[in-house]
Design a protein around this ligand. Structure first.
Ligand code: GLA
Length: 390
């Protein structure tokens, strides 16, 4: 991958020296298990990774927001309370979403815009949450420029809503992981009520984020498919007369599912309820340092996403297979699916062999492969609100 410019340097080069320069970071995340269930209010187990979005900025005296990013170009708009979206798929929408979120938190005070440089080493549209990391980082920058320190809870009230401005009705997993993860830990995120419990990742467990080399554009066709899955799960729940998935899980979900007609609603219901159980078991396995058990749960999760929710792709299925043939202890698609990444789990001593095996079995035939971008060691890192990120 091309070397990244320093965010401060890019800021000075694009907008001049300006006043005091501030810097905020927000990491991407890899979801270990608990896929397509956060938007039903169920617990998930992601971890923040070392790759992140960095925003260097100067505060302005007016309400203008100017931002530059190497790959995506320069944008400028006035920060008004009634901001409308820019053209679909334009990165400015994330800046606008952040401005909307930040103005909710700042209230009607005199808002001050920023000149900002955005630098990221997170591959886009890969299931590693680069877009949420951008939303989180830019929101934190705008809050800081306006002297507003928001708590995790306050941010979580508004960030997932903000993302809907960009077009995806996602849940809160990505923002929570990017904000509140701890170094060396996975995050067990619960939503009702909101909480994050750090689960230490055993020292000799390693993870790779392996790109299928098919992109999952969240603002494109994948968005429609994502929203359909969410809808099917909600409709199934309503047909069965449960007030929430938690209520459904407290009963006998497999038996309840029998009264649904075969098809997407029943399949979604079975995916969601079984995935919630796997998250609990995976946390237990991590705490017990049971690598075989944890790996097995990842494979079961992938099978359910492939066969029931139908969000995998032939490339992702092949990637998971190639990981297992190369000595991984488990693997599954991570994020929304429809392309993007798989998370590959192995013991650290096995990682070099797993990496070599994946290159041999999966990537060798794909000339677009760039190891630095597409086969990333996912090391559990701190979230944006951790003191070490200040
Ligand atoms: C996307 C969303 C998340 C979550 C995953 C699927 O990444 O942003 O909130 O729903 O898909 O688990």
């Amino acid at each position: 991958m091309q070397a990244l410019p320093d965010a401060r340097e890019l800021l000075a080069r694009t907008f001049g020296a300006g006043g005091e320069t501030w810097l905020v970071h927000a990491p991407g995340r890899v979801n270990l298990i608990g896929e397509h269930i956060d938007y039903h209010g169920l617990a998930v187990l992601p971890m923040a990774i070392g790759r992140r979005v960095r925003v260097a900025f100067h505060r302005r005296d007016d309400r203008t927001i100017r931002a530059a990013s190497v790959g995506y170009g320069r944008r400028e708009f006035a920060w008004t309370p009634d901001l409308a979206p820019a053209a679909a798929g334009d990165w400015e929408n994330y800046l606008r979403a952040a401005a909307r979120v930040a103005s909710v938190l700042c209230g009607e005070r005199d808002l001050r815009g920023v000149d900002a440089a955005v630098v990221s080493d997170l591959p886009a549209a890969a299931g590693l949450s680069s877009s949420s990391a951008l939303l989180v980082a830019f929101t934190l920058a705008l809050l800081r420029a306006n002297g507003r320190r928001a708590t995790f809870e306050e941010l979580m009230e508004v960030l997932p809503e903000g993302e809907q401005f960009v077009g995806t009705r996602g849940g809160g997993m990505d923002h929570a992981a990017s904000l509140a993860s701890r170094a060396g830990c996975a995050s067990l995120i619960e939503f009702e009520p909101l909480s994050v419990r750090p689960i230490p990742v055993p020292e000799d467990w390693g993870f790779l984020a392996a790109h299928s080399l098919e992109t999952a554009e969240k603002s494109g066709g994948a968005r429609h498919e994502y929203n359909l899955r969410r809808q099917a799960g909600a409709t199934a729940l309503a047909r069965l007369g449960f007030a929430s998935y938690r209520a459904a899980i407290a009963g006998r979900p497999e038996e309840s599912a029998q009264s649904l007609d075969p098809g997407p609603e029943r399949d979604s219901f079975l995916h969601v309820t079984s995935e919630a159980a796997r998250v609990k078991q995976a946390v237990d396995a991590m705490v017990r340092q049971d690598a075989a058990g944890f790996g097995h749960l990842l494979l079961e999760s992938h099978a359910s996403l492939r066969d029931r929710l139908k969000v995998s792709s032939p490339a992702l299925d092949r990637l998971v297979e190639a990981a297992m043939e190369s000595g991984a202890a488990g693997a599954r698609l991570t994020g929304a699916g429809f392309g993007g990444c798989a998370v590959v789990f192995c013991r650290k001593p096995d990682m070099p062999a797993v990496r070599r095996g994946l290159i041999e079995r999966y990537y060798r035939a794909r000339p677009r492969f760039d190891e630095e971008r597409h086969l990333i060691e996912a090391v559990p890192g701190p979230g944006a609100l951790c003191p070490e990120m200040a």
